[in-house]
Each structure stands twice: as C-alpha cells, then as structure tokens.
Design a binder for this molecule. Sequence first.
Ligand SMILES: [Zn+2]
Length: 90
Amino acid sequence: MDRDLVQELVRLRLRDNRLPEGRAVDLRETTGDGRPCDACGEPIDPKQRAVFAMVSREWMSVRFHVDCYKVWDAERLALSEMNGHGRPSQ
Ligand SMILES: [Zn+2]
C-alpha cells in the first residue's frame, strides 16, 4: 500500500483514538497471521513481517505491517510533541 495513504489513515485513526498515541513498550516482530493491520486495514499475510506492539499509556496492543509500524511510530511522536505531552524516549 502507498505510504502516503497509510500516513493519512494513521493520522485519522490517531485522531479518532482508534490507534494509541503512547510509546510502544513491548515490541515483537513476527510473521502475519492473516488478521488486519491496525494502520492500513489490509491483512498481514504469513509471507509478510508483522510488528506487535504493547503501548504503555493506553495498555493497548496493536499489530502492524513493519512499514506501517514505522509510519505509526513517526506520526504518534509528531502528535504527542504537538500536544505538548511528549516525553523523551528512553
Ligand atoms: Zn499495514
């Protein structure tokens, strides 16, 4: 999927609170199991690499394609800096 489109979807979902804004505390890289990516909504099939993330502030777990994870991580950082409650990463 087109990166610009994923970025739009991620921004929209962050705004709607469908994606967490907190920092991922537990990251696990694995392969897909056919369930949809929380960023782009496309299934992550077993041939693709997936990232499972547990987010500290919301205690929410999310799953992404590796590339979608990178988009989410960049967007949620930009958002929390904009909102003034960004914390330096450890
Ligand atoms: Zn995705």
